[in-house]
Design a protein around this ligand. Structure first.
Ligand code: NAD
Length: 506
């Protein structure tokens, strides 16, 4: 493997973006951002913000809201179309920055940036399509209709695994609906967040409409949740933190949109095209080193094809080239941090203690250049029982649990037997079973003859059970998070009409 050479650019200090200006934190403190493929590579230092910075950002957003909500939605959209074009123009550089700060291979970071482009174009289009309803009134000479209204200042709190796509899923619909935003990205990926905000600034989004405050979840996140002027919190991250967000936001009745953990299943029936299924499990399980909310971390295989599938899957996983995501030959990058690597190693131990068979992998990679990063072998456990912790808990690393089943019904039961409900998939040629599974899997997303990953921006995205709280992002569903309905009655009769219908009114 080749790791980025020793010549790194000089240390850059990046700032917060508040009220149209790049400013340091009131704390005077910063935190480091390093390359997970080579921790000698210091990407830059970012502001370790405090409640005082949050207060300033929310104040700027509150003031900017007064004007921004009145800018016609198609005009707001024009700025967003411009932003989409700027992201597209800089796609390669943005992808390279992203690989450097969170590790996934360049093909995947290009995909992440592309999703931000697609989402920004799609949502900008909603500037001309924020449809309401017009219905017949009960009374003569009267119109009855409903319109979407923005809510105010939105807090956007995001994870590190899709550093540009996920912020775009939240920020662009918030802005097109006429809200203003305070954005707190994950501390592991502040550069991609900053790149995105810089583009919005260049596209002409007015001061105060878009604000960025970097720093820790407990400090910055908590201050946002405590602020009465925040009307919406859109959060993506772990289920544990989501629960805290939900509790902290409740006293001030904020609208809370939560997208959280997953333990997604691929079901392989006896009639499946096995080559296709193996390919799907490989990229579903080990893409982004297993650090996708939609990662296929569980595979349930019919007993008749179990051994054949497992042999092929293990052979392919063993052959995956692990390396620096910036290396064109790498097929799987490092995990994002030392903490994430420790979690993966802990679960490998747990799986062995639980009695699962380690079919391949199971070790951190530490030889030579690997030693400077957080690399782990693609790992497969076979003979896994559905109740084992490795089959129940989100590991968020390159570890896949393979289980056998005797029937379609058992596959569905195992698929549903987790606390999460994000994505599921089935490989089969049987149309009836594919449709039955599509109906019965308790997830927000379902795939047929494709892995659990690969959402498109114009359909709703989100999960059931402990993955989500009933909202969705992407598609027009995102507008429901960032707007609320107002019903309007216009009486042009010129006289007092009674609200109750009686024969005299007809
Ligand atoms: P995390 O929950 O640790 O952090 C998410 C964000 O919340 C970060 O910005 C973090 O700083 C912030 N935060 C932490 N503590 C906070 C607090 N007390 N108050 C407010 N904010 C706080 O998650 P992560 O490690 O960044 O991301 C991985 C998790 O995200 C996984 O569980 C994954 O499944 C999930 N995820 C879900 C989806 C989805 O759409 N369902 C998508 C991507 C990732």
């Amino acid at each position: 493997m080749s790791v980025t050479s020793g010549q790194f650019p000089p240390k850059t200090t990046y700032r917060n973006f508040i009220d149209g200006a790049w400013v340091p934190s009131a704390s005077g403190e910063v935190f480091e951002n390093r390359n997970p493929a080579n921790s000698d590579d210091l990407i830059g230092v970012f502001q370790k913000s405090t409640a005082a910075d949050v207060e300033q950002a929310v104040d700027a957003a509150r003031r900017a809201y007064r004007h921004w909500r009145l800018v016609p939605a198609p005009r707001r959209a024009e700025l967003l179309f411009r932003a989409a074009q700027l992201i597209a123009d800089r796609k390669e550089a943005l992808a390279r920055d992203m690989t450097r700060e969170m590790g996934k291979i360049l093909d995947e970071t290009r995909g992440d940036v592309q999703e931000a482009i697609d989402m920004t174009y799609f949502m900008a289009g909603e500037g001309r399509r924020q449809y309401g309803q017009t219905v017949p009134s009960e009374l003569r000479d009267k119109f009855a209709m409903s319109i979407r209204q923005p809510l105010g200042v939105c807090a956007v709190i995001t994870p590190w695994n899709f550093p540009m796509a996920i912020p775009s899923w939240k920020i662009i619909p918030a802005l097109v609906c006429g809200n203003t935003v305070v954005f707190k990205p994950a501390t592991l990926t502040p550069l991609s967040a900053l790149n995105f905000v810089k583009i919005l600034e260049e596209a002409g989004v007015p001061p105060g409409v878009m604000n960025l405050v970097t720093g820790g979840g407990e400090e910055v996140g908590d201050a946002l949740l405590a602020d009465d002027d925040i009307r919406v919190v859109s959060f993506t991250g772990s289920t544990d933190v989501g629960r805290t967000v939900s509790k902290r936001a409740a006293p001030s009745f904020k609208r809370v949109h939560l997208e959280m953990g997953g333990k997604n299943v691929i079901m392989i029936l006896e009639d499946a095209n096995l080559d296709l299924a193996v390919e799907g499990c490989l990229w579903g399980g080990f893409g982004t080193a297993g650090q996708r909310c939609t990662a296929a971390s569980r595979v349930v295989v019919h007993e008749k094809v179990y051994r054949q599938f497992l042999d092929q899957f293990v052979a392919r996983a063993r052959a995956l080239r692990v390396g620096d995501g910036a290396d064109p030959g790498a097929q799987m990058g490092p995990v994002v941090s030392r903490g994430q690597l420790n979690t993966v190693m802990k679960y490998v131990e747990i799986g062995q203690q639980e009695g699962a068979t380690l079919a391949c992998g199971g070790h951190a990679l530490t030889d030579g250049a690997y030693g400077k990063g957080f690399f782990h072998e693609p790992t497969i456990f076979s003979d896994v029982a559905p109740s084992m912790r490795i089959a129940q808990e989100e590991i968020f690393g390159p570890v896949v649990s393979v289980m056998a089943c005797r029937s379609f019904e058992e596959a569905v039961a195992i698929g549903n037997d987790v606390q999460y409900g994000l994505s599921a998939s089935i490989y089969t040629q049987d149309l009836n079973k594919a449709f039955a599974a599509m109906r019965d899997l308790e997830t927000g997303i379902f795939y047929v003859n494709a892995p659990t990953i690969g959402a498109e921006v114009h359909l709703p995205f989100g999960g059931t059970k402990q993955t989500g709280n009933g909202h969705r992002e992407a598609g027009t569903a995102a507008l429901d998070v960032f707007s609320e309905w107002k019903s309007i009655y216009v009486d042009f009769s010129g006289r007092l009409q009674r609200a109750q219908i009686d024969t005299a009114d007809l």
